[in-house]
Design a protein around this ligand. Sequence first.
Ligand SMILES: *[C@@H]1O[C@H](CO)[C@@H](O)[C@H](O)[C@H]1NC(C)=O
Ligand SMILES: *[C@@H]1O[C@H](CO)[C@@H](O)[C@H](O)[C@H]1NC(C)=O
Ligand SMILES: *[C@@H]1O[C@H](CO)[C@@H](O)[C@H](O)[C@H]1NC(C)=O
Ligand SMILES: *[C@@H]1O[C@H](CO)[C@@H](O)[C@H](O)[C@H]1NC(C)=O
Ligand SMILES: *[C@@H]1O[C@H](CO)[C@@H](O)[C@H](O)[C@H]1NC(C)=O
Ligand SMILES: *[C@@H]1O[C@H](CO)[C@@H](O)[C@H](O)[C@H]1NC(C)=O
Ligand SMILES: *[C@@H]1O[C@H](CO)[C@@H](O)[C@H](O)[C@H]1NC(C)=O
Length: 445
Amino acid sequence: MAVSSSLSVIFFLCITFISDAIVPQNETFRYVNQGDLSFDSESLFFNSEYAPTYRPLPPFTFPFQFCFYNTTPNSYTLGLRMGTRRSRTVMRWVWEANRGKPVRENATFSLGSDGNLILAEANGRIVWQTNTANKGVVGFAILSDGNVVLRDANGNFVWQSFDSPTDTLLIGQSLRVNGGPYKLVSRESVTNNVNGVYSFVIEPKRLALYYKNNMRYWSSTFPELDRQNVTIVNATLVIAETEYEENNFHSLRCQLQNGQSFEFPSIDMGQIRYNSSLSYLRLSIDGNLRLYTYRANVRGNAWSLLYTLFDRRENENGMVFEDECQQPNRCGKFGLCEDSQCVGCPTPNGVFAWSKDCDTKPPGCNAGGFKYYQLKGVDHFTVKYTAGNRSASRSDCESKCTKDCGCMGYFYHTDKSRCWIAYELKTLTRVGNSTHLAYIKTPVR
Ligand SMILES: *[C@@H]1O[C@H](CO)[C@@H](O)[C@H](O)[C@H]1NC(C)=O
Ligand SMILES: *[C@@H]1O[C@H](CO)[C@@H](O)[C@H](O)[C@H]1NC(C)=O
Ligand SMILES: *[C@@H]1O[C@H](CO)[C@@H](O)[C@H](O)[C@H]1NC(C)=O
Ligand SMILES: *[C@@H]1O[C@H](CO)[C@@H](O)[C@H](O)[C@H]1NC(C)=O
Ligand SMILES: *[C@@H]1O[C@H](CO)[C@@H](O)[C@H](O)[C@H]1NC(C)=O
Ligand SMILES: *[C@@H]1O[C@H](CO)[C@@H](O)[C@H](O)[C@H]1NC(C)=O
Ligand SMILES: *[C@@H]1O[C@H](CO)[C@@H](O)[C@H](O)[C@H]1NC(C)=O
């Protein structure tokens, strides 16, 4: 008696468990990465970003579609593509499942009846998954804003693609300070889909751009956050109505929200007259931030580049553009930059004409094997947005660099006694202020 009743309890529990977990048959799917590849070759206008070959998959919600795409043979990314043939412009990849972990022919993308969304190789090895097995998932959808979701029976999102961005934010998508996605990471190159060297990071007091995780080359400045002593909770790409509503203007912003105050500082990215609920912010391959708008149902020219952080344009309408010289790689491995242009190649014998090959010679580690040469009126790309080491003397700064094998040179502001050690030189900006000095290591003959 006791045995049979405990058995029936177990049976009952199993039934409940299974009925909670099961995704209806018609909502499950399994797509195999095989068959003809599209080349987009019929017309230049139909190309996809990075010029890949690809296989579109059935999940589609205008103008978003899942595809397997590759830029190198047999090395596929599962991506969400935005754009339609009708719009006759390059289609863009706005989300991806498996950066740095490409899959091969016959890989599968599937939603099983347990509710786990899986990307696996043909042999079954799981490459990426949502880890949502038995969590009450009953359906999968690409929403009209480009968010891909797994929903439970109450319509709540058990998983959403908006929580795992790589280099792109769509409207409504956020970076968050406490838990959840906190950064975008650039793509290495057009052909190589692995993490690049740039990241766009949310921090309690600012948004910042980093080269190789620790060299900050830009950050937002919001004095009001300090004044009100509040910290950021999230940064969300939003469309806000403007005061010119009667003219149908909308303004696109990266808005910083906080729990304590109703004032939300934001980075304004421009105003548009059309409905552009389909826009995206991209940390580009070159470390620049760009915002593109998409005009649905327009023939031709659906995309517009609305905003570029590092831009030659003068600042206008409260929009702040940074000089292109702030980009670490603007002038290659080593170059002098002025007003967004590469203007020189510094050497121990003077400044010569800039070229892509401009570089320093390895100084070696032995202090007797190198010397320093001085450049006046230049800053390293980290100088503008980092404090440097305050109240250091120039000789302290130099000896720190001398003892540090990785130090390629140091930057010193004589008026404020501040010191920066540079592990990579990259782009130096000419600032026309003789208190800003650079000392570059060079091997002695
Ligand atoms: C699956 O069937 C249900 C009930 O008939 C329906 O509401 C739902 O839209 C279907 N899902 C798909 C993907 O066809
Ligand atoms: C993919 O699977 C099909 C069978 O479904 C097989 O004919 C083909 O050879 C496989 N392709 C590769 C590259 O393994
Ligand atoms: C700022 O806020 C923090 C925590 O909210 C608090 O501990 C700190 O005292 C505040 N500082 C000032 C200057 O008000
Ligand atoms: C951002 O933070 C604010 C304030 O805590 C919150 O109300 C809002 O829902 C958050 N937005 C997103 C998209 O997480
Ligand atoms: C803008 O377009 C989207 C679909 O693309 C639609 O859902 C939304 O209602 C539109 N907004 C306005 C203000 O027309
Ligand atoms: C700043 O410089 C001083 C003096 O050389 C040194 O003691 C200190 O460690 C430096 N701090 C940093 C953060 O580099
Ligand atoms: C040089 O920079 C300092 C601040 O770093 C500033 O006070 C000074 O006015 C600048 N001089 C010139 C000529 O721009």
